[in-house]
Design a protein around this ligand. Sequence first.
Ligand code: NDP
Length: 273
Amino acid sequence: MKDLYAVIGKPIAHSKSPQIHLSFARSCGQNIDYTKIEGVVGDFAGQVDALRRAGGRGLNITAPFKLDAYAYASQLSERAQFAGAVNAMRFERGVVEGENFDGVGLVRDIVVNLGVPLAGARVLVLGAGGAARGTLPYFLAERPASLVVVNRTIDKARALAAQFATRGPIAAADYDALGGAPFDIVINATSASMTHELPPIPASAFQGCRLAYELAYGKGLTPFLARAREGQVHRLVDGVGMLVEQAAEAFTWWRGVRPETADVIKAITVPIE
Ligand code: NDP
């Protein structure tokens, strides 16, 4: 019998995770099954119990269940604790290990795939939700010159800056204060693009920016990327590379073999026009 893995989320129909993991499995000679589970809010634990009873070995977790997964796991990695959320689980001998690979996936996409160093860079992150929280310590580990977090609800940005202050030069700011100091890299870690909204960032905040990175993926030119283009940024990227890189981390953790990611990223990239 093949080892069974799955992704759970709501909605889940358009998830690329089965395609990504089955491509990895083919290229690495791993004989696995990978399926999608349409999550039921309020019954996350019941659904994961059922997967485990069916012989499931691991699970990817996407919105809105990352906090449920955090509560369900019996062991949490440091990464999961930083993020306060779990996006991958491994089931072994009755233990449920919870991990979070979003931060490491994003950093790897920027530094390795895109070839843009974070070391010495002035980085601006929009948003202070789960994705931002899981990512900030990994940005700081790359030793940027500065890392500024802005959020609509400023207290959340301040709390994150305080939480990670011992790890590097991090500060919180208001959207109103943007447009003065330049940034090399601007990252949209808000969920605004999911509803085709624009976080209130002025085009002037992109002056001199080398890379505008949108965490949402497959949406083409989002309002954030359009604003970056208006601000003369030439390199506009979405989160498809982050998605594939976090999947590769999970696959490596589950199977003990690291897949190549370049062809998979290419296969599912939607052009930004
Ligand atoms: P959360 O719901 O945890 O956080 C949402 C954040 O967006 C909050 O900071 C919120 O601000 C802010 N926000 C929402 N709408 C607006 C708006 N109109 N203007 C300004 N700020 C806004 O979401 P996540 O952190 O989990 O996800 C963020 C994004 O990252 C999503 O688009 C998600 O799809 C993407 N993502 C991509 C991944 C990938 O692999 N590529 C992996 C994980 C996430 P406030 O606090 O004020 O409400």
